[in-house]
Design a protein around this ligand. Structure first.
Ligand SMILES: Cc1cc2nc3c(=O)[nH]c(=O)nc-3n(C[C@H](O)[C@H](O)[C@H](O)COP(=O)(O)OP(=O)(O)OC[C@H]3O[C@@H](n4cnc5c(N)ncnc54)[C@H](O)[C@@H]3O)c2cc1C
Length: 474
């Protein structure tokens, strides 16, 4: 018996982008409401860090999951030249992903260095979760390793070059997706839950009209990057990630990455990075070579990828979910890349959503309760860092650089102070919340102002106050 009513399947915003009347299509094909029981518990749209790690966590629970990815992997995402710290690796350990796979051939970075005309500050990454190093990962390799790992779970079916084009609705609730393989026909697939892990420009978020909150666009940034081969090392002390001073409104980052390549990135106020009369590559090269130390390191090196980037990177949270749907990773929370926390946020939100789904499937929480729990746990973990990153963007890329000489001296004492390095190392590895850094900073600065002149006189006293566990400078 055909029970499909005209409201059974509707298309969001009244627009059927596929051009097919899916309600009619399914009637013609003989689907009934009873024969249309969900084929999967969860469909995940997008299979990079958030989608693949969510699928792996659901696979660990035996949840019937369909993981759909438009791209073919390995391939680079639209834009990303990332560094990951030990908390990211811990989240991946929990899913069973193998470091030897996702970080194959990638340099272990034990020092993060800030280098400017006023100071040179070396933060030695503290041991956390069994690691005292970070990786400037190759995203093509990293994402493919996470996808293959998720696809290995018995309850997970994973498809690449499969584009979701629309959502299926029933009585105001999302009940599946419409999608197709490359060159194939549109098909409907039903599930109890559809998760958008489809990045910043999420189709799922647009189709459900997800509300945005905590949007900050007062200090926008854009970013350009490329990978190079043959870049001269910072020094003889092993791989590094070095943040260099740029001109007013931009900064530069040089990180040793995979297979002997080096990522060279410039981030700054959008108007400085927009091509204008120059091409994106010419603009990029002019900016990276504006710093003499980087120009010297690039002498004789070869750029081995094209220049890529992102304009006006957004900062926001979205509604975490609604009837039959949820968002995860960048689709849910976007965070300026200045502090390199995006992949952590993606993996942590996937962890939290996997728990929320578990509570819901086991009827320990209703779906609205599970969503509230998901939103709350992610915000507790991410909101402080979000605000701190936004402050860093303002201070580093938008504040006046015309600093008098005496103030530069003070900045040097603070930035070269071991207690400050200790705090920053713990912040990067998330051993302390950003609020602690904010609260401790006045005391550390005061201590630094006392220790700095003594250091200059060769009378270094490193163990005062918060510096008691500081790592030695290089
Ligand atoms: C320039 C730049 C530098 C960055 N640097 C860092 C850093 O140093 N450290 C860090 O931790 N983070 C960094 N980030 C952030 C990090 O890249 C993101 O937070 C992370 O990629 C988010 O992962 P995701 O899985 O949510 O989304 P994405 O990685 O964007 O993946 C989304 C996937 O969804 C797929 N998709 C989209 N639509 C569909 C569809 N309709 N059907 C099927 N599939 C679809 C896409 O093909 C894509 O593969 C940076 C970001 C940028 C832009």
């Amino acid at each position: 018996m055909l029970l499909l009513g005209s409201r059974l399947i509707r298309f969001t915003e009244g627009v059927n982008v596929t051009g097919i009347d899916w309600a009619r299509f399914m009637m013609v094909k003989g689907f009934t409401r009873s024969s249309m029981s969900p084929q999967y518990d969860v469909i995940i749209v997008g299979a990079r860090p958030a989608g693949a790690s969510l699928a792996a966590r659901l696979g660990q629970q035996g949840v019937r999951t369909l993981l759909l990815e438009r791209a073919s992997l390995p391939s680079l995402p639209a834009a990303s030249s990332p560094i990951i710290y030990s908390p990211v690796m811990k989240l991946l350990d929990e899913t069973g992903a193998k470091e030897a796979e996702y970080a194959r051939g990638t340099a272990r970075i034990r020092r993060v260095i800030g280098h400017s005309r006023a100071f040179s500050a070396t933060i030695r990454l503290p041991m956390a979760h069994g690691r005292d190093y970070a990786y400037a990962i190759d995203r093509a390799r990293f994402d493919a390793a996470l996808f293959d790992h998720a696809a290995g779970f018995a309850s997970v079916e994973a498809r690449q070059h499969y584009a979701v084009t629309d959502l299926l609705w029933e009585d105001g609730r999302v009940v599946g997706v419409v999608g197709r393989t490359r060159g194939g026909q549109d098909e409907p697939i039903r599930a109890r839950l559809v998760v958008g892990a489809d990045g910043r420009f999420s189709l799922v978020a647009r189709k459900v009209n997800a509300a945005e909150s905590d949007v900050y666009d007062d200090y926008p940034t854009s970013l350009l990057y490329a990978y190079w081969r043959g870049v001269r090392p910072y020094d003889a002390g092993g791989p590094t990630a070095v943040a260099y001073e740029g001109g007013y409104g931009y900064g530069l980052l040089v990180m040793d990455s995979a297979d002997g390549t080096t990522a060279v990135t410039v981030e700054g106020q959008p108007h400085l990075l927009e091509p204008g009369t120059l091409s994106a590559e010419e603009r990029y090269l002019a900016l990276v070579r504006s710093n003499p130390q980087i120009a010297a390191r690039l002498d004789g090196a070869e750029m081995v990828t094209r220049v890529q980037g992102m304009k006006r990177i957004g900062n926001l949270y979205r509604q975490p979910g609604g009837p039959g749907w949820a968002l995860v990773g960048d689709a849910y929370h976007q965070h300026d890349p200045l502090d390199g926390q995006g992949i952590f946020n993606a993996l942590f939100s996937a962890k939290s959503l996997a728990w929320a789904i578990r509570y819901w499937l086991r009827r320990e929480k209703t779906w609205p309760e599970a969503l509230d729990w998901y939103d709350e746990t992610v915000r507790i973990k991410t909101y402080g860092m979000y605000r701190r990153t936004l402050s860093s963007v303002r201070e580093n890329l938008y504040s006046d650089r015309d600093v008098p000489g005496w103030a530069l001296q003070g900045i040097r004492w603070v930035m070269e102070d071991p207690a400050m390095h200790d705090l920053m190392g713990k912040l990067l590895t998330r051993q302390i919340p950003p609020e602690v850094v904010t609260l401790s900073t006045p005391a550390v600065m005061l201590g630094a102002m006392l220790r700095g002149p003594l250091r200059d006189l060769g009378l270094g006293i490193r163990d005062w106050g918060l510096g008691s566990k500081a790592f030695p400078e290089k």
